[in-house]
Design a protein around this ligand. Structure first.
Ligand SMILES: Nc1nc2c(ncn2[C@@H]2O[C@H](COP(=O)(O)OP(=O)(O)OP(=O)(O)O)[C@@H](O)[C@H]2O)c(=O)[nH]1
Length: 829
């Protein structure tokens, strides 16, 4: 049992505080676990007055006792501490060095005072050991001791209501009820003589102390009785801190975990001879201890394995149940703090708890932010995926964005709620707001992409729908070309706008944006036409020459002209030029707005027929006599001008020069034809032949057989002539005709002979050669008709306003198949 009390020297004889030994003692006896449920008992009294003996019997401690055989010398040096054995609550026993020590000298009472003050500061119960025979004596040994106790009590600032248990040793036969009043009187006298601060001048002793008195028999003379009385006294120390107990009125208790620090600090202050402000000391102890506890809890939190694992995991991804797990870890350490600091000053305790909590949350906050970052990224990614799937499913864009956004925000809200830490009131709204902005930005990006894609597609469609038809219309340009283009543009533009409007309905765009897009699409349609018009305008000279050649070289039935000398080349030339000039007029300006202009009039009056020229004030063009000396057309803005007046003039000049050769060729062909068809010899030659050949003529008249042979020969020759159509063949060129005749002559002769043979067999009348000739001609015409009927119908829909192709153009298609593919239709006025 004695071993359990662990007697330890707290302060050595030189006044040095043994903090390490004290901590060892505290840990050994587990004092720090006691909270406030512990009592401190100290004993003061003269040296060798049996203090240690009493404590050892009373609390079953093992303080060193003096051996009686060695005489009365000092045994206890300094201050010792031990645990009372077998007493509840936990009781600390402090044995002090005796007063009036011969070893320290009569005048050296400094240590006595210091140790007395220490005892009063830390103990709830102070035993004052006095000899029975000193009671009532004027020079009693206990009087200086009591004076010291009362004086130092004044320096504690706050009365602890310490219990002073006077233990009368070696009681005599004087009854206790006589001794006690005498002792109390002595105590009162001493209290009154002690100088007190003004505040405590009239304060009664009972305000500071709870006084108890017991008397014990002599240990040496009546040990048995001594032990019985000590045993009875021991009972008083059970539940001493409970109300009604020996220390039931105690105040300002320091929690057990702060005892060692408190004792050390008190001794330090006492040694420095400073005033010992117990309330302030208590706050100081609470502050230090709470800080120590908080620091220890924070350190353990920072190195907590579960926390570190979570911190690591959150670096790479969101962790399910993050909030609960972190809250649980924090709660664990905060609860431990609460438990360990519960007995300390409340204000200090709470302040330190807040500080601990704040530090713990600071530690956790970056991880929490990372967690929210993961949740935000996840929600954003899921929004992107959902939106893609939703759009793939054909849902409207705006509706998809709304539903996907709601789902993703809900996902984030659930995640952030799961990540919320119970101890913190952190707001995820900033991260949520950032997520909302990210979602909007992504939706906006996708919207732009989708719209751009749609617009590009519709532009492509418009371009495809307009380019070739417009090109075709320009190719066969005439009076109605621009009207047809306008109708075509309107129709294709309306179709595209209607389809585009349906396609972007799901985007739920602002009306202004929607209208701007439609306007842009229409503008694009116009630009396609304008671009094509500019492209065609750059090729106008070639087109004019083609038009000229086509009209010039073909008759009204679209058959190639044969220059026989009967044609009016001047009229044909004028007609061909007129057609070409119409083409130039068509290509001179963009006429998508249906505004009237005078370009055609000016061109015709200036370039074709000056006799019907419109007066210059009507045309409004030109400042001199020539209205084409200008860079602008009247009523046509520059941006709509494709070919300026002056360019028209230049093009026309070049056109005339380059088509002149065709006209010259035609005139030459006509004269050559005339020459070829004059095959009869001159009259003088015929007269000469008649005169010179009179004898031969007479011979024939006298021999009718010769005449018959000649006649038959003539008929045969004529039949062959007609069958082969020699004049017609020679009209196409001498060389080719000779080749053709050489191949057809023999079959024709054979054919005639056969027919004559068959006719003679059938005894029919012989067929006249004229019939053969007319039959041959009909065959030829049928052949031509079959060729003409092979010309494709080049009329176009009435919507484009294009009418039937002109005969000249029709013929041109037959003779120039390459151009047939690109041409669409021809117009005429
Ligand atoms: N007369 C008398 N002597 C006692 C009594 N109790 C103990 N003693 C004797 O007193 C002597 C001193 O005993 P301690 O217990 O060491 O006394 P102490 O007061 O602790 O001594 P210090 O610590 O040195 O001041 C011993 O020889 C004891 O046997 C008692 O009740 N009466």
């Amino acid at each position: 049992m004695a071993e359990d009390s662990c007697a330890t020297q707290l302060i050595d004889g030189n006044g040095e505080f043994n903090a390490a030994e004290l901590q060892k003692f505290v840990n050994t006896v587990k004092l720090h676990q006691c909270g406030l449920s512990y009592a401190v008992v100290a004993i003061v009294g003269p040296q060798s007055s049996g203090k240690s003996t009493l404590l050892n019997h009373l609390f079953r401690t093992n303080f060193r006792e003096m051996n009686a055989l060695n005489g009365r010398s000092q045994t206890t040096k300094g201050i010792w501490i031990a645990k009372a054995v077998g007493i509840e609550p936990f009781t600390i026993v402090i044995d002090l060095e005796g007063t009036d020590s011969r070893e320290r000298g009569e005048d050296d009472a400094t240590f006595e005072k210091q140790s007395a003050l220490f005892a009063l500061a830390v103990a709830d119960i102070v035993l004052i050991n006095i000899w029975c025979h000193d009671i009532g004596r004027e020079q009693a040994a206990n009087k200086p001791l009591l004076k010291t106790v009362f004086q130092v009590m004044m320096r504690l600032f706050s009365p602890r209501k310490t219990t002073l248990l006077f233990v009368i040793r070696d009681k005599t036969k004087t009854p206790f009820n006589i001794l006690e009043p005498i002792l109390r009187e002595d105590i009162q006298k001493i209290w009154e003589t002690v100088p007190k601060p003004q505040a405590y001048k009239d304060t009664p002793l009972s305000e500071f102390f709870h006084v108890e008195v017991v008397a014990l028999s002599s240990y040496e003379e009546n040990e048995k009785q001594f032990k019985v009385e000590v045993f009875q006294l021991r009972q008083k120390f059970f539940h001493s801190i409970s109300p009604g107990g020996l220390a039931g009125d105690r105040r300002g208790v320091v929690p057990a975990s702060g005892f060692s620090f408190s004792a050390e600090q008190i001794w330090k202050i006492i040694k420095e001879n400073k005033d010992l402000d117990l309330p302030a000391h208590k706050v100081m102890v609470a502050t230090v201890r709470c800080e120590e506890i908080a620091y220890e809890k924070f350190s353990r939190l920072a190195s907590d394995k579960e926390w570190m694992a979570l911190e690591q995991a959150v670096q790479s991804d969101a962790v399910p149940g993050f909030g609960k797990r972190i809250s649980s870890i924090l709660e664990k350490y905060l609860s431990e703090y609460d438990m360990e600091s519960v007995y300390f000053e409340e204000g200090v305790r709470n302040a330190k708890r807040e500080h601990l909590e704040s530090k713990a949350l600071q530690l956790v906050h970056p991880v929490y932010i990372s967690m929210l970052g993961h949740l935000r990224s996840r929600a954003l990614e899921s929004f992107k995926t959902r939106l893609e799937q939703s759009l793939g499913g054909g849902e409207g864009f705006a509706a998809s964005v709304r539903s996907c956004s709601q789902s993703s925000m809900l996902e984030f809200d659930q995640g952030s709620s799961d990540a919320a830490i119970q101890q913190a009131s952190w707001d995820a709204s900033k991260v949520r707001e950032k997520l909302r902005r990210d979602i909007e930005a992504h939706a906006s990006l996708v919207r732009s992409e989708k719209l751009s894609e749609l617009i590009a597609n519709y532009k492509k469609q418009i371009s495809a729908a307009l380019t070739e038809p417009v090109e075709s219309l320009f190719e066969s340009g005439g009076k109605d070309t621009w009207a047809s283009i306008r109708r075509l543009l309107k129709r294709e533009s309306d179709v595209a706008v209607s389809a585009f409007s349906s396609a972007i309905a799901g985007f739920e765009l602002d009306q202004a944006i929607f209208e701007e897009m439609i306007r842009s699409l229409k503008e694009y349609s116009r630009s396609v036409v304008e671009r094509k018009a500019r492209e065609e305008a750059s090729k106008v000279l070639v087109r004019m020459k083609d038009r000229f050649v086509t009209v010039f070289n073909h008759d009204k039935d679209s058959l190639p002209r044969v220059w026989t000398g009967k044609e009016d080349i001047r009229a044909i030339t004028n007609e061909a030029r007129s057609e070409s000039l119409k083409l130039l007029s068509t290509m001179a300006a963009i006429r998508l707005d249906q505004k009237a202009d005078k370009i055609e009039n000016v061109l015709f009056s200036t370039l074709m027929d000056r006799t019907v020229a419109i007066p210059s004030q009507n045309t409004g063009i030109g400042v001199s006599g020539d209205p084409l000396v200008s860079r602008t057309w009247e009523k046509v803005p520059p941006e709509k001008t494709l070919i300026t007046p002056v360019q028209c003039k230049s093009i026309w000049r070049q056109f005339i020069a380059e088509t002149e050769y065709t006209v010259t060729q035609a005139i030459s062909a006509q004269e050559a034809y005339k020459r070829r068809n004059s095959w009869l010899p001159p009259t003088w030659a015929i007269v000469a032949m008649l005169i010179l050949g009179l004898n031969e003529l007479m011979f024939l008249l006298r021999n009718p057989l010769y005449l018959l042979v000649l006649f038959i020969t003539y008929l045969l020759g004529k039949a062959i002539w007609v069958q082969i159509d020699i004049p017609g063949e020679f009209g196409n060129g001498t060389l080719s005709k000779l080749s053709s005749l050489s191949t057809r002559f023999l079959p024709t002769v054979i054919n005639l002979v056969r027919r004559l043979a068959s006719e003679s067999e059938e005894s029919s009348a012989p067929m006249p050669p004229q019939w053969l000739a007319s039959q041959s001609f009909r065959n030829q015409i049928q052949k031509s008709d079959s060729v003409a009927s092979s010309i494709p119908d080049s009329s176009v829909s009435t919507e484009t306003g294009v009418e039937h192709i002109s005969p000249q153009l029709k013929h041109r298609r037959v003779t120039n198949p390459e151009q047939e593919e690109t041409s669409c239709s021809g117009t005429h006025d």
